[in-house]
Structure formats: structure tokens, C-alpha cells
Design a protein around this ligand. Structure first.
Ligand code: C2E
Ligand code: MG
Ligand code: MG
Ligand code: MG
Length: 288
């Protein structure tokens, strides 16, 4: 009896696994058509100056607007894309689309694009960046690439060489999710970062935890030593804003200021900020 139950359970797991595999293959197939069908879109979350709270630029966050599943979040499809080499197409598209949009924004606003380690391996990112800048007219100084430590683990010299090539275009390199990976400090010495983005787990813990506040303070000091800019992600409360300003963190990002904005919300965001800032209505872009 027990044996049979065991087998039944196993069969259940097997069919569950089959179902998961089928689901995954299905998503993969649909994803391969998503770009062509125009189903991918970028949402943009502002990065603001801690001092003035004015927007300095936006991080591009990809969404898959699936005809049946609705808005699919990157956590659900980026891993699938990474396993299937589709990340190359999606990643290249993201760079070009982000530059195309940012070139139409008012003022000197910058755009930040997330680059997955697998995309970096599969694509000639420097060439894609050059093309994206050329075809959009966006100055390289207004583009930032966000990479994570997983990229830096292997083939150090090759990665370093290619990061230098990208920086030669004026493009900035940010280390994303700082503090969550391995040996962050040695990577900071080896790689030419312009910015560190502190992972939101530290910001969120800082409300309760004095150790988290001490760590945040130390990261700011580290940034001053290395002469890199520091952004805190995941800022959700006024109290966090005040603490981070107090320790001289320069840039802030999080739901407290704005969620990632879809195209319609982004247009409204610009209108609101035109009223408040030096930007004139005449500079208002037609298509953001
Ligand atoms: P990330 O680069 O660290 O992006 C920040 C994530 O934190 C975004 O989630 C954003 O919506 C969320 N977030 C921002 N502020 C807050 C806050 O105050 N509280 C909380 N709880 N969350 C906040 P999203 O858009 O779901 O993206 C998740 C991750 O997916 C990103 O983490 C990034 O690693 C990846 N991703 C997003 N877009 C792309 C892309 O175009 N290419 C690649 N390769 N990865 C992407
Ligand atoms: Mg999300
Ligand atoms: Mg990011
Ligand atoms: Mg992050």
C-alpha cells in the first residue's frame, strides 16, 4: 500500500514536471514571437536627486504585455530568455528601445538599462550600444548600463575589455543590487564602475535595523573613497528618504517617488514635472 502510494506520488510529480516543462516550452515559443508582435514594452522608473527630489533619469524595466496572460513581469520571463538565448534578441531590443525613447525626453535626463550576464556573453554589447546611440541620436553620456556581479565572476579580462569599450562611448556602468552577491569589494577595485546601486534589502531593513543603517553609511563612504555615485533602490518611506539624505546618498529610486511608469503614466509624470521644474512646455516631447 505504502509502496503504491509512493509510486502514485511519483507519477504525480512526473506529470507535474511534464506540465511545467510544457508550460516553459510554450512560454519560450511565445516569447520568441513577442518582439515581432510588439508585445514587449519598457516601463520607466524615475531616479531622483536626493537633494532636490527632481528626476535625473529613468531605469528601463521590461514588461511582456501578453495577449492572454496580461502583463508578465521580468522575473517570470527573463530567466526563460536567459536559458534559451532569446535574451540576446530581447536584450538588444531593450537597449535600442530605451535609447530611442530617452532621445525624445526633455532636458538632459538619462536612461539606465539592465544587462543580464548571459546577454553580455551572447551579444556584442559594445556594438549594439554604438548602433543604438547612432540611430537614436542619444549622447552616450545619457546612457547607463546596470550590470550585476554574476557577470564579473568569469573571464575577467574579456569583460573588462568590453566594459572599457562601452565606456569609451561616454556610457556609464553601474553595479546593480550591490551587497547581495559575492566579494563585491574586489570587483569594485578591478572594474571601472561609475555608480553603485545599493540593493533594496538594505534600504528596507534600515527602518528597523541599526546594523543596516551602519552598512548603508559605510557604503556611502566607500562610494566617496572610490569616487563613484551611489543610488539607493527600493525607497518606500519618507523616513528612509530623510535618513538617506542625511548620510549624503546622492540618488534615490523607489515607490515613494514613483512606481515603474507605463507610457501613459510617464507622459503624465512629465507634465507634472514640467510645472514644477525649469523645463518649458515647449520642450514637451510628443512621444515619450
Ligand atoms: P532591478 O534592476 O534591481 O530593478 C528594480 C526592481 O525593483 C524593479 O522590479 C522595480 O519595480 C522594483 N522596485 C523599484 N522600487 C521599488 C520599491 O520601492 N519597492 C519594491 N518592493 N520594489 C521596487 P521589476 O521591474 O519587476 O524588475 C525586477 C528585475 O528584473 C530587475 O531588478 C532586473 O534585474 C530585471 N529586469 C527588469 N527589466 C529588465 C531588462 O530590461 N533586462 C534585464 N536583463 N533584466 C531586467
Ligand atoms: Mg515587479
Ligand atoms: Mg536595475
Ligand atoms: Mg536592483
Amino acid at each position: 500500500r505504502a509502496k503504491e502510494d509512493g509510486r502514485g506520488l511519483w507519477r504525480f510529480f512526473e506529470s507535474r514536471m511534464d506540465a511545467d516543462n510544457r508550460e516553459r516550452r510554450m512560454l519560450e515559443l511565445e516569447l520568441s514571437q513577442a518582439i515581432r508582435e510588439g508585445e514587449l514594452e519598457l516601463h520607466f522608473q524615475p531616479l531622483v536627486s536626493a537633494e532636490t527630489q527632481d528626476p535625473l533619469g529613468f531605469e528601463a524595466l521590461v514588461r511582456w504585455n501578453h495577449p492572454i496572460r496580461g502583463m508578465v513581469q521580468p522575473a517570470e520571463f527573463i530567466p526563460i530568455a536567459e536559458q534559451s538565448a532569446l535574451i540576446r534578441e530581447i536584450g538588444d531590443w531593450t537597449i535600442r528601445e530605451a535609447c530611442r525613447k530617452a532621445a525624445q525626453w526633455p532636458g538632459e535626463l538619462m536612461v539606465a538599462v539592465n544587462i543580464s550576464a548571459r546577454h553580455f556573453q551572447l551579444s556584442d554589447i559594445a556594438e549594439v550600444v554604438r548602433l543604438a546611440l547612432r540611430e537614436s541620436g542619444l549622447p552616450g553620456e545619457r546612457l547607463e548600463l546596470e550590470i550585476t556581479e554574476s557577470l564579473l565572476i568569469e573571464k575577467t579580462d574579456d569583460v573588462l575589455e568590453r566594459l572599457r569599450e562601452i565606456k569609451a562611448e561616454g556610457v556609464a556602468i553601474a553595479m546593480d543590487d550591490f551587497g547581495t552577491g559575492y566579494s563585491s569589494l574586489s570587483y569594485l577595485m578591478k572594474f571601472p564602475f561609475d555608480k553603485i546601486k545599493i540593493d533594496r534589502s538594505f534600504v528596507s531593513a534600515s527602518s528597523e535595523d541599526t546594523v543596516a543603517r551602519d552598512i548603508l553609511r559605510s557604503i556611502i563612504m566607500l562610494g566617496e573613497t572610490l569616487k563613484v555615485r551611489i543610488t539607493a533602490e527600493g525607497v518606500e518611506t519618507q523616513e528612509q528618504v530623510e535618513f538617506l539624505r542625511g548620510i549624503a546618498c546622492q540618488q534615490l529610486q523607489g515607490f515613494y517617488f514613483a512606481r515603474p511608469l507605463n507610457p501613459a503614466d510617464l507622459a503624465h509624470y512629465f507634465i507634472d514635472h514640467f510645472r514644477k521644474t525649469r523645463l518649458r512646455d515647449a520642450d514637451m516631447p510628443a512621444d515619450v
